[in-house]
Ligand binder design. Structure first.
Ligand code: SF4
Ligand code: SF4
Length: 163
């Protein structure tokens, strides 16, 4: 290709790189930074146990716990989110605390800038309402016709069963 044409084409298209702080577009279901909603966290620590990268820390305390996330160690695998959602479903909660941002993680300039840490009070366990036992059906009254039929067929103890 003619070098002048190439230069002209490049100039005409303008910037081909993104300018800070823009983030590149991602496809749907892209797994980015882990998002935490303290309102739905039950302090079960399943996320910490599932995170082999040690990006999630969980410190239990007296009547409280501290949940922390370090994106610098996160591989965005999503195992913590999966575990949190499964645990919430088993406990009968419609919502769960963890999700992943559907966006490319932003550039950060200071180490630990995107880290999260929450100290939350322990919540009492939510018990599922126990269903009241179904009322037992009333005992059937003996039927007079059936009673007379059975007595008619019973052997007579006086005459040895002869009718
Ligand atoms: S798995 Fe979910 S509910 Fe359990 S501690 Fe982690 S964020 Fe909280
Ligand atoms: S996405 Fe994976 S690496 Fe990141 S915090 Fe969750 S389990 Fe750990």
């Amino acid at each position: 290709m003619n070098i002048l044409r190439m230069i002209w084409k490049n100039l005409r298209h303008g910037y081909q790189t993104l300018l800070f702080p823009s983030r590149p577009k991602v496809t749907s279901r892209f797994r980015g930074l882990v998002q935490f909603n303290p309102e739905y966290c039950t302090g079960c620590a399943v996320c910490k146990m599932r995170c082999t990268s040690r990006a999630i820390e969980f410190k239990p305390g007296k009547g409280e716990f501290t949940w922390s996330y370090n994106p610098g160690q996160c591989t965005f695998c999503g195992r913590c989110v999966e575990g949190c959602s499964e645990h919430a479903l088993k406990a009968g909660h419609p919502e769960h605390a963890l999700s992943q941002e559907e966006a490319c993680p932003p550039i950060y300039l200071t180490p630990g800038e995107l880290s999260l840490s929450y100290t939350l009070a322990r919540k009492p366990p939510v018990r599922k309402p126990v269903a009241a036992p179904a009322p037992k059906p009333a005992a059937a009254e003996p039927q007079p016709a059936a009673a007379s039929a059975s007595s008619a067929q019973a052997p007579n103890p006086i005459n040895g069963g002869a009718q």
